[in-house]
Ligand binder design. Structure first.
Ligand code: FAD
Length: 345
């Protein structure tokens, strides 16, 4: 049986919940479909020592401040999961779990949302599926020859799995720095980055990043990426200052036993961890043909330029400043809900 909601939100992580908050306030009929069976989106899968890079009060979704976590200025994952679970309940957001959207199709004037357990029709769709589900690993010569373990950020859990081993961590972003710092006391780590590691000034955390992103939208100003790539969260700062995580240039090729650099030097290792980022999980939108030849989906704010019934929320700055963060997604969710309310009225 096909069900109907005026708005279907695909994804029930923080972005989907923020969308739900504003859709409810706009008095719209909506449902949220989420592939996971439990609340929290990608936060359910982070590594054990992962902490937010902002204090709780600066990691809040609209309407409800994240309470502080006792003894932890930067909350850990369990606290984030508790907060998101409570948020969903508090605002009675209609999240249907264990429902994966397989395709969104144009059945003008409606959209048909096909899932692995039935179909929905909708007048508008907000896609809020995040990036965690599409890990990216670059194609590097010799990858298939390496006989050790290879894994992506998305699969990393704890340093215990690598105790006493030699591990290459690839990637000069936050995940690379944090995982290298996490491993360094337990394993022999070589952190490799494509360009020299660029730390943001130590006093910049997620709160300052959000303020910078906001100021840039309002008045121009430096791009955050002009200032650096890595937030010096306490464990990263400590490992850096102790000299535990010097960065090395990228190797040229993997061999059966390790990595080889352009100057011919070799570093044998047991594992390579690819902290090389994620891509937006958008395959469910493919039937709508929203992508340009260049591969991206052009948006104005959160709205797909080619189809005003479709909005994209989260993912990255291309759908709104800091919209892939807890504190930043609220503003873009509000704008999306407002535009959809106008469209449907
Ligand atoms: P997700 O949390 O990924 O939620 C998307 C949901 O959609 C998931 O439940 C998924 O199962 C579901 N879904 C996907 N595809 C489908 C489908 N086809 N059908 C139905 N459901 C589907 N942000 C901060 O604010 N502070 C931080 O400190 C911070 N640290 C981070 C650290 C790391 C390592 C990473 C990777 C990100 C961090 N972020 C941080 C960024 C961001 O807050 C998180 O990535 C967050 O999980 C993004 O939320 P989301 O709702 O956009 O996506």
């Amino acid at each position: 049986m096909t069900q109907h909601a005026d708005v279907v939100v695909v994804g029930g992580g923080q972005a989907g919940l923020a969308a739900g908050y504003y859709l409810r306030r706009a008095g719209l009929d909506f449902t949220i479909l989420d592939a996971q069976t439990t609340p929290g989106g990608a936060w359910q899968h982070g590594w054990d020592s992962l902490h937010l890079f902002s204090p709780a009060a600066y990691s809040s979704l609209p309407g409800r401040l994240m309470p502080p976590q006792e003894g932890k200025p930067f909350p850990d994952i369990s606290h984030v999961l508790e907060y998101l679970t409570d948020y969903e309940k508090r605002y009675e957001l209609p999240v249907q779990r264990g429902v994966r959207v397989t395709g969104v199709h144009d059945r003008a004037p409606l959209l048909r949302v096909q899932t692995d357990s039935g179909a929905w029709t909708a007048r508008a769709v907000i896609s809020a599926t995040g990036t965690w589900w599409r890990p990216f690993v670059p194609s590097v010569p010799g990858r298939a020859d390496f006989r050790g373990r290879q894994l992506h950020t998305a699969e990393y859990r704890s340093p215990g799995d690598f105790a006493g081993r030699r591990v290459i961590v690839v990637g000069g972003g936050n995940s690379g720095a944090q995982i290298a710092a996490d491993l360094a006391p337990h394993a022999t780590v070589r952190w490799v980055t494509q360009r020299p590691a660029r730390y943001l000034p130590d006093d910049i955390d997620g709160r300052a990043l959000f303020e910078l992103a906001t100021r840039r939208v309002q008045t121009g100003g430096p791009r955050i990426s002009d200032l650096g790539d890595i937030v010096a969260v306490p464990p990263v700062r400590e490992a850096r200052d102790a000299g535990l995580i010097p960065d090395h240039g990228m190797f040229d090729t993997l061999t059966a036993d390790g990595a080889r650099w352009a100057d011919g030097s070799l570093w044998p290792c047991d594992a390579v961890i690819w902290c090389t980022g994620f891509r937006p999980a958008l395959s469910h939108l493919a039937p709508l043909g929203l992508r340009t030849d260049g591969g991206g989906i052009p948006t104005e704010g959160t709205r797909a330029v080619a189809d005003p019934r479709v909005h994209l929320l989260g993912y990255g700055d291309w759908t709104g400043p800091a919209s892939a963060t807890l504190i930043g997604v609220g503003r873009t969710a509000r704008d999306a809900a407002r535009e959809i309310a106008d469209l449907l009225s």
